[in-house]
Design a protein around this ligand. Structure first.
Ligand code: HXC
Length: 519
């Protein structure tokens, strides 16, 4: 073969590999409203930055006639490219090749780039679109999955791992995304479940659709498995680019500070009147978040799940920062099991990638009741406390209004190594709210007042007395439990100055194999 022919052969093989399972299957993929593995990569990466690995690999199986069914690349496209000029590794499953099913070879390709991403210290993105273990390969594909899981575990907290689920992801396959930092699901075209509808029906008798069992809506609202729900793949790919902007390449680096055009001294008078006079009246904490961050750009995580707490990424003078905020607009901002898990996971995400945390507190306490107690609110609330107490990144806390009881301690209080703790004049830092306190302290006296009007008057007087005494920030300030009481309109500036001051902060935890977080 002449050198000219050799080059032509290479070009032809490349073209063949790029066709995956062939034109017909590509068309079928498009007809489902889905892009192909390579189209997704092109949309995600900076132009012409993608370098592909193992394009000519094929599986080595012979059972079930597989020796006659081989496709170059074996159902997954792997390699690296750049996003905003920074190196990112990727695997993108190709549903047009045997339904993107995972063979031993397919898994080896994924493991190869995971290993290299770890050595290089660069994030990895996984685009999942697969019928799961390649059935013809039997148990070998189970072992191959476990090879990937082990690498997901080792990479956790070392390099950012982002999973996009753009198609089926069933059986044990779901555990790879579940082990990563963020899961994105597309509406209507993706689903994740350990056991599909057919087996569910056989085993339990429950008749349920793919969508209702494991669609994007279910996982972004009920289970919390999906951190983000997007309308389509294009939105999902843009979201990956955005998310990586807030994260460093690995745990030894800091997130990149970008240019900021929003004045750091911009004060917002409306904040001085944002908190309603009536302490039981709700308000939207997101209004406060948008008012204090750079250019109103907030990337909310878990937007549809446990709405009583808001978490997400923003920037302060260009510094990527995680925000955790109780949401009085939903269940009065109470901490329940789901909210505790959601926030704990986010705090740990920030801490392992050196992203400082700003916490906005307005929490009436933990949600009472048997449902919560039986569900383990104790263990789950402890997760959030553990996450804050263990975190060594800069932590700035602002108490906006209520900060009661155990929830006060949990929400990044001073003694959980909160670095700078501010309070607004509207803050009420106390063991419990006036109503609950008076019921306990004055219960017997109240019961002894037979005249209804007198009783109501007495309760109101006592509550007011309690509020004057404890439901304010000055009692906490007196003991140094907060560092300063600030005028709300200056919050943005005070946070930026705090974060700048804390940028060189060093804090460590004692040496240990690993902690025993209350999982
Ligand atoms: C081999 C597979 C496959 C698989 C799909 N295909 N899944 N080949 N192994 N797991 C092939 C199909 O035979 C078909 O080939 C092509 O991919 C497209 O599949 P269709 O069924 O035509 O597509 P669609 O109607 O869109 O349905 C997609 C699907 C369905 C819902 C994913 O294919 C399906 O149910 N597959 C099996 C899912 C499953 O049970 N997997 C095992 C999970 S357990 P042709 O040649 O006809 O186009 C598991 C264990 C992991 O994964 C454990 C890890 C610890």
């Amino acid at each position: 073969m002449s050198s000219h022919e050799k080059i032509r052969q290479l070009i032809e093989l490349r073209e063949k590999a790029k066709l995956g399972g062939g034109e017909k299957r590509i068309e079928a993929q498009h007809n489902k409203g889905k892009y192909t593995a390579r189209e997704r990569i092109d949309m995600l990466f900076d132009e012409d930055s993608f370098e592909e690995y193992d394009m000519f690999i094929t599986h080595r199986s012979t059972d079930f006639g597989l020796d006659k069914e081989k496709y170059l690349g074996d159902g997954v496209v792997t390699g690296h490219g750049t996003i905003d000029g920074r190196v990112v590794y990727i695997f993108s499953q190709d549903f047009t090749v045997m339904g993107g099913s995972l063979s031993e070879t397919h898994a080896h390709k994924i493991c190869k780039i995971m290993d290299q991403a770890m050595k290089v210290g660069a994030p990895i993105v996984g685009i999942n679109d697969s019928g799961g273990a390649r059935i013809q390969e039997g148990v070998r594909s189970l072992a191959a999955y476990a090879e990937i899981f082990q690498r997901n575990i080792m990479a956790s907290g070392v390099i950012p791992q982002i999973s996009a689920v753009f198609g089926p992801c069933a059986g044990g396959a779901v555990y790879s995304p579940a082990l990563t930092d963020a899961v994105i699901m597309t509406e209507k075209t993706s689903y994740m479940f350990v056991t599909g509808p057919k087996v569910t029906k056989t085993v339990t008798g429950e008749d349920i659709s793919d969508e209702d069992l494991g669609g994007a809506t279910v996982h972004s609202t009920k289970s919390g498995v999906a951190h983000f729900r997007v309308e389509d793949e294009r939105e999902g790919l843009l979201l990956i680019r955005k998310l990586l902007e807030y994260l460093p390449q690995n745990n030894l680096e800091d997130p990149v500070v970008t240019e900021n055009t929003d004045s750091i001294e911009r004060s917002d008078d409306i904040l001085n009147t944002t908190i309603p006079e009536n302490p039981n009246q709700p308000y939207d904490v997101k209004d406060i978040i948008y008012s204090i961050i750079d250019s109103k750009e907030f990337l909310e995580v878990h937007r549809h799940y446990a709405k009583n707490i808001v978490v997400g990424f923003a920037k302060f003078n260009g510094m990527p920062t995680g925000i955790v905020a109780n949401q009085p607009n939903f269940l009065a901002g109470v901490l329940d099991i789901d909210a505790s898990k959601k926030a704990a996971r986010f705090v740990r995400f920030c801490d392992c990638f050196n992203v400082p945390i700003v916490t906005l507190v307005d929490v009436p306490g933990f949600l009472p009741g048997s449902q919560q107690e039986y569900g383990g609110i104790i263990t789950n609330g402890a997760k959030l406390m553990f996450a804050y107490g263990e975190a060594t990144v800069p932590k700035v806390t602002i108490t906006l209004r209520k900060s009661y009881g155990g929830a006060h301690d949990v929400m990044s209080c001073k003694q959980l190594r909160g670095d700078i703790n501010f309070a607004w004049p509207s803050a009420e830092i106390a063991v419990m709210g006036p109503k609950g306190a008076i019921e306990i302290l004055e219960g017997k006296k109240i019961a002894s007042i037979t005249d209804g009007r007198e009783r109501v008057k007495y309760i109101a007087e006592k509550e007011e007395e309690y509020r004057e005494m404890f439901a304010n920030p000055y009692e906490a300030a007196k003991y140094g439990l907060i560092d300063d009481i600030i005028e709300p309109r200056n919050t943005r500036f005070r946070i930026i100055r705090a974060l700048q001051t804390l940028a060189t902060k060093k804090d460590v935890n004692p040496p240990k194999k690993h902690c025993n977080i209350p999982l």
